[in-house]
Design a protein. Structure first.
Length: 45
C-alpha cells in the first residue's frame, strides 16, 4: 500500500484525517492519502 502524506513546509506530516483509495474491481486498498483541513492550511499560510 502506498502512503501519500500531507506536506507541511516540505516535510511529510502524518495527518489524523486520511482517506483510502480502493481498487474499483477488487476492493483492495491501493493507497492511503492524508487530508489537510482549512485550519491546518491557515496556520501554515
Amino acid at each position: 500500500m502506498i502512503n501519500i502524506p500531507v506536506l507541511r513546509w516540505g516535510e511529510p506530516y502524518e495527518s489524523l484525517d486520511t482517506d483510502e483509495v480502493i481498487h474499483h474491481r477488487t476492493g483492495e486498498v491501493l493507497a492511503k492519502v492524508g487530508q489537510a483541513n482549512p485550519g491546518l492550511l491557515a496556520r501554515d499560510m
